[in-house]
Design a protein around this ligand. Structure first.
Ligand code: ADP
Length: 440
């Protein structure tokens, strides 16, 4: 039998004994019920004294020893002591774990800030205070937007799309560049990770400058070479066996010129990641110009159709938008055979404005699609070169769209065709004047 069960049996036996003793003693003195009442009162007083000692010990248990009671009371006290020990053990482990966590996060090379659902600072580590200039005493409990007033940060926190980090140049803390990434967790809480990316940004700037300078330097000699090659090609006295090589040299010089032009454009686009403002661009006019450009190519698919389903305009930088859209249309023309078709479409809905180019060309195997916008990434390098592609077109498209807060969606099936769609947010759409007056 368990000791606790034994103790309960003993307690029940003791109560029964008390009842019998009371009744027996009362009967001897001629009042059995009176004897029982006295015996029960004595028992109750004993129970109360045990309860009193237990309650006193619970209040002073940090320094007092537990009362020395046997039976059921002893069992209850032993249980409490066990629970107390277990609680103390878990508390110590928890405190140790917290200390380790604090030490390890303090040693992290990255800043960590914990924000509650109201975006108030709950905790931050040493690096975060250094990078963001936070002060432990004053800034705990403050809203993060009040401390980091950069519009980019405010926009980022409000966007609820934390898939990519943002890079800022803080005005308060250290000089340089900081990358901020939010990781939501729990019930609306946010973990803000702060990293010093000044070195990467400097290297990136060096790389950008190098590419821009090299392209710039190459442009002038190439212009001279192209000029001479053109003159040479037009020279009627050019020997027949040289005409082929000269024509090939001209083609290659043209390719180099287009690569350099695209590199320079990419460098310019990369200079700032900021979303450009711009003016309303007439997409209907742009689309009809793009169609004419395709039809003006020496080789082009026979069927080029357009559908402009909205006369809403797109707010952006016209040359950039033109460059991005014409790259997409150019690709469709390059990778679609003569018998194929191209369809250019512009429409507006609640999600914003959409520009799509669909072709019935060679298509792209699925595994290549995620990498298409990388610089110089080509599905079939030989084919791209033969069509005069620089391998930079889609990288330019991606950058232009990024600067306009837009995204590129690519759908393609090998041998069937592709659709490249640019999705612009509603803020980029300007309703036509008459619609605006009608509604206003
Ligand atoms: P390129 O100058 O080589 O066309 P891009 O950056 O414009 O470079 O495109 C990258 C690659 O994506 C191309 O080399 C080609 O393989 C593929 N691609 C782009 N557009 C299409 C399309 N409409 N159909 C098939 N493949 C395409």
């Amino acid at each position: 039998m368990q000791p606790a069960t034994q103790a309960w049996w003993f307690a029940a036996g003791r109560l029964l004994g008390t009842v019998l003793l009371g009744l027996g003693a009362g009967w001897l003195f001629g009042n059995a019920w009176g004897g029982l009442a006295i015996a029960l009162a004595v028992h109750l007083a004993w129970v109360l004294s045990n309860l009193f000692r237990l309650e006193w010990w619970l209040r002073h248990r940090s320094y007092a020893d537990p009362p020395d009671s046997g039976g059921v009371w002893g069992e209850i006290i032993a249980q409490i002591v066990r629970l107390h020990r277990r609680k103390r053990f878990h508390k110590q482990r928890f405190v140790q774990l917290m200390r380790q966590l604090q030490r390890s996060t303090a040693a992290l090379p990255d800043g960590v800030v914990i924000l509650n659902a109201q975006r108030e600072i709950v905790w931050f580590n040493l690096m975060a205070s250094r990078l963001l200039g936070l002060r432990r005493s004053a800034d705990l409990g403050m809203r993060i937007e009040n401390l980091l007033r950069e519009p980019a940060v405010v926009r980022y926190l409000a966007s609820a799309d934390y898939s990519n980090p943002i890079v800022i140049r803080p005005t308060g803390g250290e000089d340089g560049y900081l990358s901020l990434q939010v990781a939501p967790y729990g019930d609306g809480q946010l973990l803000l990770l702060v990293r010093d990316v000044s070195r990467q940004m400097r290297l990136e700037a060096v790389r950008r400058d190098f590419v821009a300078n090299a392209s710039h330097e190459l442009r002038s000699p190439l212009t001279v070479i192209s000029g001479y090659l053109e003159t040479l090609a037009q020279d009627p006295s050019l020997e027949a066996e040289l005409q082929g090589p000269v024509a090939e040299m001209r083609r290659q010089a043209e390719r180099m010129t287009s690569i350099i032009r695209d590199l320079l454009e990419l460098s310019r686009l990369e200079e700032t990641d900021e979303v450009v403002g711009g003016r309303p661009v007439d997409i209907a006019a742009l689309v009809s110009m793009l169609r004419k450009d395709v039809l003006g190519r020496p080789v082009h698919p026979g069927n080029v159709t357009v559908s402009v389903e909205s006369d809403a305009q797109l707010i952006g930088d016209e040359p950039e938008i033109h460059s991005a859209f014409s790259n997409l249309v150019d690709n469709a023309a390059k990778y679609t055979p003569r018998g194929g078709a191209i369809h250019i479409r512009w429409w507006v809905d609640a999600q914003g404005g959409h520009f799509a180019v669909t072709d019935t060309g060679i298509g792209i195997p699925t595994e290549h699609i995620p990498r298409l916008t990388e610089r110089f990434y080509r599905v079939d390098p030989g084919r791209s070169r033969s069509t005069g592609g620089s391998g930079l077109g889609l990288a330019i498209v991606k950058h232009v769209l990024q600067r306009h807060g837009a995204t590129l969606e690519i759908k393609s099936a090998e041998g069937v065709g592709s659709t490249f769609t640019c999705h612009f947010p509603p803020a980029r759409i300007a309703l036509p004047q008459r619609a605006a007056t009608a509604t206003g």
